[in-house]
Design a protein around this ligand. Structure first.
Ligand code: PEP
Length: 248
């Protein structure tokens, strides 16, 4: 049995006042077998970590640099996130791959840095709409998976998030069959490369997950949770998704 994970990605949203949204999650949830992760902007990692201490809510960063220290103005290392109280970090989100030209090799280096700093890396993959229309989805996903994961990846140190780019923030989602096809393919590739560890690695779906569609997505085989953007900003919405995961 894989532990399920509901992960929220606040992206570049949230100042101090937003931290109160998390208070309800601390009280309402904590079912065994379901983990809750919130990834606020880097400015809030330290304060959120203090605020959720002793609760089921874990805190993550949204990106890290591949180096531990150095002349990289504006960047944050995995060790710094860990020092600020984070237990996880998202790497390779499609917005970073697009906005910051991150390649699979860079994502792999960041994943290695996260593991070295005792963070769980949430490694994101996903095809564009043009790639899906061209029938290239599995080829793209397979290439990203192979290139973004280091050989040192284990079920304890890495979580994979499948996020079709065209479903992020659009209100559109793949069909359940399309999600099942990609997650089944990812599982097979992980088992082929990592054996039993690959079978134990969590596979999240991400892209316009909301309380209304969460239950049907969580019923798809090999969906072990969700990476949630917009709907993670409000406790009521994120709570609805966590509840659906608890009941899956
Ligand atoms: C995301 O960006 O990781 C994401 C899944 O966003 P949304 O839920 O808003 O589509």
């Amino acid at each position: 049995m894989r532990t399920k994970l509901a992960a929220g990605n606040w992206k570049m949203n949230g100042i101090s006042a937003a931290l109160a949204e998390i208070d309800a999650l601390k009280i309402d949830f904590g079912a065994p077998g379901v983990e809750i992760l919130v990834c606020p902007p880097a400015t809030l990692v330290d304060r959120l970590s203090q605020r959720v201490q002793g609760s089921p809510v874990m805190v993550g960063g949204q990106d890290c640099h591949e180096n531990e220290t150095g002349a990289h103005t504006g960047d944050i290392s995995a060790r710094m996130l860990h020092d600020a109280g984070a237990s996880h970090v998202i790497v390779g989100h499609s917005e970073r791959r697009a906005d910051h030209h991150e390649t699979d090799a860079m994502v792999r280096a960041k994943t290695e840095a996260a593991i070295a700093a005792d963070l769980v890396a949430v490694v994101c993959l996903g095809e564009s709409e043009a790639e899906r229309d061209a029938g290239e989805t599995l080829a793209v996903i397979g290439r990203q998976l192979a290139g973004s994961l280091p050989d040192s990846a284990t079920a304890a140190t890495v979580v994979i998030a499948y996020e079709p780019i065209w479903a992020i923030g659009t209100g559109r989602t793949p069909t359940l069959d399309q999600i099942a096809e990609v997650h089944g393919y990812l599982r097979a590739e992980l088992v082929r490369r990592f054996g039993a560890e690959g079978d134990a690695m969590r596979l999240l779906y991400g892209g316009s997950v909301k309380p209304a569609n969460a239950a049907e997505i969580f019923a798809v085989p090999d969906v072990d949770g969700a990476l949630v953007g917009g709907a993670s900003l409000k406790a009521a919405d994120f709570g609805g998704i966590i509840r659906a995961l608890e009941q899956a």
